[in-house]
Design a protein around this ligand. Structure first.
Ligand code: UFG
Length: 343
């Protein structure tokens, strides 16, 4: 009774996860999703099916439920995993650090125990440019020295990376750490995107809701940074481009002839944009107004972070393809779609 090989995607109904599931299905991977729906909604699964014309297998549970996790590995021939599932709100992690350590670390460890016991390789981990802190020089390449992140969230990402390095080394496994810069945008179908749950902390969801009149105005956290216009600079990478990088990284791991691999890639555009540049680009791209006011700096923010993503281009054959303007257009289409759902 030979089962077909499948890729496990944890957090596969989340923002980056859902876009990645669509790209995996497009590339004919069988996909098994585990997602506890703590930061997404069930309709995202239906929309994945609509957009891709295929059905991933879906299990709704928390990865800390080891006995349920075992059943998934018993039921499917898992040949690799993309592990997105995690709490990710920087501010919240500062007031609930133990919840963040428990959720983000135990879920990773439970997965790795299954991988070890069943001798499975090919593990891709969602990491973040937060592991670089405020880097001394731009752009940031993968050799840049790591700094202990300020937030507990960031620390769970850095610890996750360390756990995976030890896992790869001790058990001779293939592991890829993907360090995302700032993912933005929605699927071109407007059926998938970042679900705004509560008051958004991130820039783009807040801009989107301000343009829609849900929020009165955007607060821009600081205009006295040593940058082009005084506002902080980030590398905004389109989520569908980001999703495609996961497929390339997975194919590289699966096709590798090496027993042990620890690959690390920055995923960004290589270009920095200031907060004001993004706000104005959003207004122009969508012909809308985004009222804003300048406020004090937000605690823990870095001044500037953008990637050198040459390694991903050289080794994965991947690069960012979508302009900031196009990405911001998809954000507005997504907002329009959410409005039709509300009515
Ligand atoms: N910003 C505003 N107003 C807002 C929201 C954000 O001015 O209402 C500014 C921020 O101060 C920052 C920029 O917009 O300069 C981007 O902020 P985000 O919160 O969207 O993103 P961050 O760069 O702070 O955070 C991202 C990821 C985290 C990761 C972090 C690492 O969301 O997962 O990068 O630096 F930890």
């Amino acid at each position: 009774n030979k089962k077909t090989m499948a890729i496990l995607v944890t957090g596969g109904l989340g923002y980056i996860g859902s876009h990645t599931v669509v790209e995996l299905l497009k590339n004919n991977f069988e996909v098994v999703i585990i997602d506890d729906l703590s930061n997404t909604e069930k309709f995202i699964l239906e929309n994945i099916e609509e957009v891709s014309g295929k059905k991933p297998i879906f299990y709704p549970f928390d990865l800390k439920r080891k006995e349920l996790l075992k059943q998934v590995f018993d039921a499917h021939q898992i040949e690799g995993c993309i592990h997105f599932a995690a709490f990710k709100a920087v501010g919240e992690s500062q007031v609930k650090p133990i919840e963040y350590y428990e959720n983000n670390l135990f879920s990773s460890i439970n997965l790795l125990q299954e991988f070890r016991e069943r001798n499975i390789s090919n593990f891709i981990f969602s990491s973040s440019c937060t592991v670089y802190g405020q880097a001394d020089k731009m752009p940031i390449d993968e050799e840049t020295e790591l700094k202990l992140p300020e937030s507990s969230y960031g620390k769970t990402k850095q610890m996750g990376e360390e756990i995976l390095r030890d896992f790869a080394a001790a058990y001779k496994k293939r592991v890829t750490l993907l360090r995302y810069f700032n993912p933005i945008g929605a699927h071109p179908s407007a059926k998938l995107g970042e679900l705004p749950i509560g008051i958004p902390n991130n820039l783009i969801p807040f801009v989107m809701q301000t343009a829609a009149g849900i929020r009165e105005k955007l607060s821009i956290w600081g205009d006295d940074y040593p940058t082009v216009d005084g506002t902080a600079v980030r590398d905004y990478i389109y989520v569908v481009d980001l999703a495609k990088a996961h497929v390339k990284a997975l194919q590289k791991l699966i096709n590798s002839t090496q027993e042990k691999v620890i690959d690390i890639y920055n995923l960004g555009t290589g270009k920095g944009s200031s907060v004001l540049e993004v706000v104005h680009a959003f207004e122009k791209a969508n012909d809308v107004k985004v009222p804003y006011e300048i406020k004090d700096r937000r605690a823990g923010d870095t001044t500037i972070a953008y990637a050198n993503a040459d390694k991903a281009e050289k080794e994965l054959g991947w690069k960012s393809e979508t302009s900031l303007k196009e990405a911001l257009r998809t954000v507005w289409q997504w907002q329009k779609y959410l409005e039709t759902r509300d009515n």
